[in-house]
Each structure stands twice: as structure tokens, then as C-alpha cells.
Design a protein around this ligand. Structure first.
Ligand code: SF4
Length: 283
């Protein structure tokens, strides 16, 4: 282990747990002795969290015998014939990066717009193979317009550094909701659902090879179901075909230092999954 990585792991409170594997593997990810084998599985996102379902077209009533039926015009597939929710989805799905970020900054689709200073779209490499999804902006993020700043952001940078990554290279970072929940409360399912089209569009534009969900709201957003982090760790989920690793949010880890070792295991799972994906794409 080089000195820098050793100091990073020490910073995460992990130093004594890991074994050095040898100089030839200096750049490889060290696996924890008890790293669980991921169960390959898993859950394709089904229903979105409390997301309003598009209206189903109604079938015209069967004409009664002897009663002439009125002429029914086939619905014209114009934007104005769609429900507002569907129009919004179609609109967001068509946006390029700049238009998407402008749309997010002007968004009033949920109550979180009322208390924000500014929306926080995301940051990082727009072509990153890695995409990290957090919960929502905190006070400092709301002030600066950038996700994961402050102590949690520093820990996230340390976690990324421990597996050889930085937030500006090959990594894109976004949140499940783009506006700060008041008093840093957990975003509610309907807020996550309202913001999901933006996250979906970011994922579609980045086209990551691997997604990491940081905390339960991020997992709810990506998996479309409530999960417990402890139960989801060590498994590979999928979102639109992209593997998803679930782990703790850095802010949680700041309050629960003993779980840092588990977070390290999750990062090792993410790293080994990415290595496998890269190997598969070469073959
Ligand atoms: S959290 Fe998302 S959906 Fe809600 S107002 Fe902000 S950008 Fe819009």
C-alpha cells in the first residue's frame, strides 16, 4: 500500500483492517478479508416511488344495439394531448446538458423549490464511467450550488481516493433531489419521484458503467423501492441495465464511524464490479 492510500484509509478509520497484498498489486484494489461475494441479481426498477402513473387511454364505450354511435376522432399525438406529467417527462428526456441544468434551476415541480437558495444539478465528468447518487443538497451545497461540499464531501473525496478516483475525473456526482430539504430532513418519496426525471436524464446523458447509491433516498430513487442499506449491501442491483452498488451516505458515516469498514467493503465491491465490466467490454 502506498503512503497516500494508507493515510486515506487511516483517515477513514480503516487502516488496521486491511492487509497489504504485495508490490505487484500496488494499483489494484485491496479486497477486505471478509469481502462478501456479490449476489448477482437482482432488481430491475419497477414502480417509481409514489410517482404518478401516466393515464391509460380509455377505451370508447361499446355502442348499444340500435343506437348510432357518435363519431370518435382518433386522438392526435400532439404535445398538448398529453397529460402535463407526461409532457414534462418528454420535455426533460429531450434536454441536453445545458438545457437540463437550466431546467433544474428553474424547476418548481415540488415543494422543495420554496425553501432553496438554488438548485444543485450535479458535478463532475459528464462522461464518467462512475456515477454517484446522493440524497439532496445540504445547507452548504444550497449556498454554493455544488453537491457534497463540507465534511461529508471531504469524506466522499477520501472514499473515492481510496479506490483511485477523484470527483473530477471519470466520476459524475448527482443527488436524488436537486433542492435542499428544509432543515436537512430526508427527502420525501413524492419529492424524490418529482425529481426522478432529472436524475434519469443525467444518467442517460452520462451513460455510466456503474452507479453507486449513497444512502436510502438514493437507493429508493434508483431501485424504485424502499430498502434497508444493511440488507442491500453486498448485492448488485440494476437500474436500466446499469449495475448499482448500495452503500452508506458519507454524512451517515460521519455520525457512525464504525460503519466505515462496511463502506470500504462496498467500495471494493464497486471497484471489482467495474474491473469485471471493463474486462468484459474488452473481450
Ligand atoms: S427537488 Fe427537483 S423536482 Fe423538486 S423543485 Fe427541486 S429540481 Fe424540481
Amino acid at each position: 500500500m502506498n503512503t497516500r492510500r494508507a493515510s486515506i484509509l487511516r483517515e477513514m478509520g480503516l487502516g488496521p483492517i486491511w492487509r497489504t497484498r504485495g508490490a505487484a498489486l500496488e494499483n489494484a484494489v485491496e479486497q477486505p478479508a471478509s469481502l462478501p461475494t456479490p449476489s448477482e441479481v437482482v432488481v430491475e426498477p419497477g414502480r417509481r416511488p409514489s410517482q404518478p402513473q401516466p393515464e391509460q387511454p380509455r377505451r370508447p364505450a361499446e355502442p348499444k344495439p340500435g343506437v348510432s354511435s357518435p363519431i370518435v376522432l382518433a386522438p392526435v399525438n400532439s404535445p398538448t394531448s398529453q397529460p402535463p406529467h407526461d409532457r414534462r417527462l418528454v420535455h426533460i428526456a429531450s434536454l441536453d446538458w445545458d438545457a437540463l441544468e437550466n431546467d433544474i434551476r428553474a424547476c418548481t415541480a415540488c415543494r422543495l423549490c420554496e425553501s432553496r437558495q438554488q438548485a444543485v444539478p450535479g458535478i463532475g465528468d459528464r462522461n464518467g464511467a462512475w456515477m454517484l447518487v446522493g440524497e439532496g443538497p445540504g445547507a452548504e451545497e444550497d449556498r454554493r450550488g455544488e453537491p457534497f461540499v463540507g465534511a461529508a464531501g471531504q469524506l466522499l473525496d477520501d472514499m473515492l481516493g481510496a479506490i483511485g478516483l477523484t470527483r473530477t475525473k471519470n466520476v459524475y456526482i448527482a443527488n436524488a433531489v436537486k433542492c435542499r430539504p428544509p432543515l436537512n430532513r430526508t427527502p420525501q418519496p413524492d419529492e424524490i419521484a418529482a425529481c426522478l426525471p432529472y436524475l434519469e436524464r443525467q444518467i442517460a446523458l452520462v451513460r455510466p458503467k456503474l452507479l453507486i447509491a449513497l444512502g436510502r433516498p438514493a437507493a429508493l430513487s434508483l431501485l424504485g423501492q424502499e430498502i434497508k442499506i444493511n440488507a442491500a449491501r453486498g448485492r448488485l442491483f440494476r437500474h436500466a441495465g446499469v449495475p448499482v452498488v448500495v452503500t452508506y451516505h458519507p454524512a451517515y458515516l460521519l455520525r457512525n464511524q464504525t460503519d466505515k469498514g462496511r463502506a470500504w467493503e462496498d467500495l471494493c465491491l464497486a471497484r471489482s464490479t467495474m474491473t469485471r465490466i471493463a474486462g468484459d467490454s474488452e473481450n
